[in-house]
Design a protein around this ligand. Structure first.
Ligand code: SF4
Ligand code: SF4
Length: 297
């Protein structure tokens, strides 16, 4: 059995990527199983999704603690103490990282002992789809690493994206982008080991006393310790020569990140701005530019 784990941010498409892979495997005659694990239902929050592929009926259930393949759709998750993307990855396994860096750099930076593949699928998504939605692309990468065929991948993307949109052009673009990523990945040998299933050590959730686990607030705030702006694809940059100080962006920011400076112009808290770009969409005079960010180290 081949066990894959996807790690992404809410909104990036990790769940659909795991479905694309599962469906492609199913079309090739394998037994397949795919499912997501959400934490907070919030755009940008870390999520994981899982796919099992086997020639035999799959009786194993639950999250995959020891994957053969890990697909990291957002590089910042590797620095996120809540995500643990490399947890349990077999030394004989493969990790894919969506990054602008090459495999040697990434292997050193993240202390990866398994085989590593890198590709900037965010750039491919932006170039081919116009947005950083990576479900079909990550599904293409995973299908290649899992040794599936391009034709079945295309059929799987068509099926899965058709369940999200009826716009044929978007479906076709996703099929094309998925196949592009599939072909960009060099095949590597995976040494699968049939280790016994060991439960779910991704997150240990100890049973806590009601005084702690109840919704009552018993301690002072810790949100200042949790910067939620570390995974942006775009950051908003204001042009004060164009801004009319109408305050639309200030009102519309869903995270309340925008404040007003002493000259009356809006600015954002980049530590917590998640890069949704609603401010730029809503600005009536287009005074906010979207600037691509990559994970610099
Ligand atoms: S991109 Fe704009 S709207 Fe979105 S979180 Fe950042 S400041 Fe707020
Ligand atoms: S919405 Fe645009 S014009 Fe209005 S305050 Fe924001 S940046 Fe300035």
């Amino acid at each position: 059995m081949l066990r894959l784990r996807f790690h992404g941010r809410g909104g990036q498409g990790a769940k659909v990527a795991s479905r694309v892979l599962g469906t492609a495997a199913f079309f090739e005659g394998y037994y397949a199983q795919d499912f997501p694990l959400y934490g907070a239902e919030r755009r940008g929050a870390p999520i994981a999704a899982f796919t099992r592929i086997s020639r035999e009926p799959i009786l194993e259930r639950g999250v995959i603690a020891e994957p053969d393949i890990v697909i990291v759709m957002d590089e910042t998750l590797l620095d996120d103490p809540m995500a643990h993307p490399l947890s349990g990855l077999r030394e004989s396994g493969i990790v894919f990282i969506n990054t602008t860096h090459n495999p040697v750099e990434a292997k050193t930076r993240y202390k990866v002992t398994a085989q590593i593949i890198t590709l900037d699928i965010t750039k491919i998504g932006l170039d081919m789809l116009g947005k950083p939605v990576l479900s079909a692309l990550a599904g293409g990468v995973a299908s290649r690493i899992a040794g599936l065929k391009g034709d079945t991948l295309k059929k799987a993307v068509e099926k899965e994206v058709s369940e999200i949109t009826t716009e044929r052009e978007i479906i076709l673009k996703n099929m094309e982008a998925s196949l592009y990523c599939f072909n960009a990945i060099q095949l590597m040998e995976i040494k699968i080991t049939e280790a016994a299933y060991k439960g779910s050590p991704i997150f240990t959730m100890p049973f806590e006393a009601a005084v702690i686990s109840s919704p009552t607030i018993n301690t002072t705030t810790n949100t200042t310790m949790r910067k939620t702006g570390n995974w942006r694809v775009f950051k908003p940059v204001w042009d004060y020569d164009i801004c009319t100080k109408c305050m639309t962006c200030f009102v519309r920011c869903p995270d309340g990140c925008i404040a007003i400076n002493e000259d009356g112009f809006p600015y954002t808290d980049y530590d917590n701005c998640k890069g949704c770009m609603i401010c730029a969409e809503e600005c009536p005079v287009k005074a906010i530019e979207r600037v691509r960010e990559v994970h610099a180290w």
